[in-house]
Design a protein around this ligand. Structure first.
Ligand code: ADP
Ligand code: ZN
Ligand code: ZN
Length: 745
């Protein structure tokens, strides 16, 4: 017998499988991990095929050293998925196989936890005879008496009955009366969860309608749905019912949520609802817990898996359902190697394994909604909130007017008054101040004009960290000095947008002395469980106002919140990214959805210098459809994804000239390819060789080649060829290809 093994090495030159012989008496199966000799070293690998013939010179074949586990760590469905993904991402199979295994398994960094356990080795009668014959009830007899029922007992448990039992146990073992063995114990996280049982609600009409479509699909093992339900429409309850049905059919379910939503509250809630068949995978698990959860899933003991992106690779038995909650979140796109979009990966798994897919959101991504409209997904809509709660009222305030009236504080008159009333009524407020990264854009406080790139219709970025003080376009590299007077209205109030969450907190303290504030942003949540503590302070009601970045927009359910203020809508609208309008609309809708979830009506105030921006209008009316139509049209007219691909080849090196040289060579090669093939040439719309806005990162100089291409077979082929090109070893330069990455900094 021979086997083909993918050796776990990150090196392009060893992407292909190696043949090893299987020693007599060793049983191996596909997907099993093995230790193999590799050069003068020993390496780990995965068996991808077993064959009778070797196909190569027998004399040179070496043999497998040993299996690493006595089971296949990668089941056949995941093996097929890994192969498909490697083909699509143009990357070695070793890289996609790695996604299918818990990181700790590789390199043997975790092992099952075992304890010494003791068990009777003879029939009960025989042991009873021994006990009767003994006159004095010493340690041996006491131990034996406690083992009469034949159960295996941990040595530790016996020490509670008999002090220092080891010597006595050794004697009993020598006499052949007991057996001492290693027993495995599972490290199950949150084993002591608070019991939250099924509330047994009567489903709303919208929930029933959605389930009327989903439940039959589960039975026949098919169906792809996009569940578009407004905030508070009760989407979670729909998944729960779908999961319950999946379990009743004897199958398994995977529920994917953004990592940030995996709060302890949510975890205990799932555990409470589904008990021990639920495995919850989140970043706070220890290596051992993660490994044990993975094995519980592999063995079919856990049949509902809740986790972030990577849980889509859970080796569940008989997959029946995958749910992707908040499907519009950018965390579902993995833009490191190997690149994948969780939504596509899930769709592929569901197709292969005969399972149902549900994508859910209050603000679906442009891509998914476009697909639903085309008929790839069945659209299920839940336009009403549970319990007849109305959607909150949204007001837009014009900050240009405020400036004219002499108000230079971060709060408009309307928001200030609303905050005062909210506090007086003993209710709570959320203030959003989203600010990402250290870069900003330049805008006019008098008329709202924003400096945009003349080539790209994208706001230009001002680098607050650089000395140059230049404005740059992230897409095409165009640069210019920031204007000192506004080209539209000649005002001198034109500068970069500088305020952050801290500034908002200071203002609250000044304007509302004595009111307790909680602030949640990157700085305040970095400590262990900083996140949970801040939310707890707000949940308990100790803090009356929660200030935060986009972190606070997601899935929080605080019934006492009646006011949401979006301090600077312009910050979200003007991120230098073609998706900024989509993200801004999502952010405003999601954060507005935090207001009025209890019995009292909610109010949302959007502050902006551009009230005439259509996105502000769509958000104010909470009109997803109108937003979608407008954005879809804009993407088509300006040639942005999903109509095109934005790709970049990025070179990083400690030596600046080396990075520059690598990109120059890539540009030369790619240009040659487009010149050689006119069909391809027509599909490549733009190509720019430039210095990225982050020119130096983690000790490396960076250069990039940006490309905008139409979506086509020719350009797919081009990306394949580029992948082969960048795989060639270069001295001290790392080159990567990214297609529609989440950021291009
Ligand atoms: P969404 O995820 O769509 O924003 P949720 O699933 O958070 O909405 O549901 C909103 C609130 O309504 C939650 O507090 C939930 O527990 C509650 N809820 C959901 N379905 C029902 C129902 N059928 N009857 C009563 N309350 C419900
Ligand atoms: Zn102006
Ligand atoms: Zn540009």
């Amino acid at each position: 017998m021979y086997c083909q093994v993918i050796v776990d090495i990150v090196h392009e030159n060893v992407a292909k499988p190696f043949t090893y012989s299987v020693p007599e008496g060793m049983e191996l199966s596909e997907g099993q991990r093995v230790a193999v000799p590799f050069g003068r070293m020993q390496k780990e690998g995965v068996v991808i095929a077993l064959t009778e013939q070797s196909g190569i010179d027998i004399g040179r074949i070496r043999s497998v050293i040993r299996p690493l586990e006595d089971y296949a760590a990668i089941p056949p469905e995941l093996m097929a998925l890994a192969k498909e993904m490697a083909g699509q991402a143009h990357c070695p199979l070793a890289e996609t196989l790695r996604l299918m295994l818990p990181a700790q398994l590789r390199g043997g960094r975790v092992r099952p936890r075992t304890v010494k356990a003791v068990q009777l080795a003879v029939p009960r009668e025989e042991a009873e005879d021994v006990i009767r014959q003994e006159k004095r009830a010493g340690k041996r007899i006491q131990l034996l008496t406690n083992l009469l029922d034949g159960e295996a007992r941990p040595v530790q448990a016996l020490s509670a009955i008999v002090k220092n039992p080891r010597e006595a146990l050794r004697k009993l073992e020598q006499d052949g009366l007991i057996r001492i063995s290693e027993e495995e114990i599972m490290r199950t996280p949150e084993a002591s969860f608070t019991e939250v049982s099924d509330p047994g609600w009567e489903l709303t009409a919208d929930q029933k309608d959605a389930l009327d479509e989903i439940l039959p699909a589960l039975k026949s093992g098919e169906g792809r749905f996009l569940l578009h339900g407004v905030t508070g429409s009760g989407k979670t309850e729909v998944f729960m019912a779908a999961v319950k049905e999946t379990l009743a059919l004897g199958r398994s379910a995977i529920i994917l949520v953004p990592e940030i939503a995996l709060t302890p509250q949510m975890v205990s809630w799932f555990r409470g609802r589904f008990g021990a068949v639920a495995a919850v995978i989140h970043s706070r698990l220890s290596a051992g817990e993660r490994y044990d959860e993975w094995r519980r899933i592999l063995r079919g003991e856990a049949r509902v898996v809740i986790g972030a992106r990577s849980a889509v690779f859970s080796p569940v038995r008989d997959l029946g359902l995958i749910v992707i909650d908040e499907e519009h979140e950018s965390t579902y796109l993995n833009d490191h190697r190997p690149r994948y979009d969780t939504r596509d990966t899930a769709a592929s798994r569901c197709r292969r394994e005969g399972a149902t897919l549900i994508l859910a959101s209050a603000t679906p991504s442009i891509l998914s909604f476009a697909r639903a409209r085309r008929g790839d997904y069945m659209l299920l809509e839940m336009p009403r909130r549970v319990g007849g709660h109305p959607l909150p009222e949204v007001l837009v305030t014009d900050m240009r007017q405020e400036l004219e009236n002499g108000n230079r504080s971060v709060f408009s008159g309307v928001l200030h008054k609303a905050l005062k009333d909210c506090i007086a009524r003993n209710e709570q407020a959320i203030l959003l101040m989203n600010r990402r990264g250290y870069n900003s854009f330049v805008s006019c406080r008098s008329c709202g004009y924003v400096v945009k790139c003349p080539n790209c219709d994208i706001s230009m970025t001002y680098h607050t960290d650089s000395q140059s003080g230049l404005l740059r376009c992230h897409y095409c590299g165009y640069a210019q000095m920031p204007p000192s007077v506004c080209p539209e209205c000649q005002s001198r109030y034109i500068r970069y947008f500088g305020a952050g969450t801290q500034k908002v907190e200071e203002e609250i303290r000044k304007q509302f002395p004595g009111v307790t504030v909680a602030r949640m942003d990157y700085d305040t949540t970095s400590g262990k469980d900083g996140h949970g503590k801040i939310l707890e302070e707000f949940r308990s009601g100790r803090a009356r106002i929660l200030i935060g970045t986009q972190m606070i927009a997601k899935g929080l359910d605080f019934p006492r919140v009646t006011l949401v203020g979006i301090i600077a809508a312009d910050l979200a609208l003007n991120l230098p990214d073609y998706r900024s309008r989509e993200r801004a609309f999502q952010l405003f809708t999601q954060v507005a959805g935090r207001a009025g979830r209890g019995d009292r009506k909610g109010k949302v105030i959007i502050q902006t210098y551009r009230p005439e921006d259509p996105v502000i209008g769509f958000a104010a009316r909470q009109d997803y459809r109108a937003f979608f139509e407008s954005e879809f049209r804009r993407r088509r007219n300006s040639l942005y994804p999903p109509f095109t691909n934005l790709a970049r080849i990025l070179a990083e090196s400690e030596r600046e000239e080396a990075a520059e040289k690598a990109i120059a060579e890539m540009e030369r090669d790619v240009r040659k390819m487009t010149e050689d093939s006119p069909a391809l040439g027509k599909k490549v719309l733009a190509m720019v060789n430039e210095v990225p806005s982050v020119r130096f990162l983690r000790g490396k100089h960076r250069r990039q080649l940006l490309m905008k291409t139409l979506v086509s077979a020719e350009t797919d082929e081009l990306f394949g060829k580029i992948t082969d090109l960048i795989a060639q070893p270069r001295d001290g330069v790392e080159v990567i290809l990214e297609i529609n990455p989440t950021t291009m900094l």
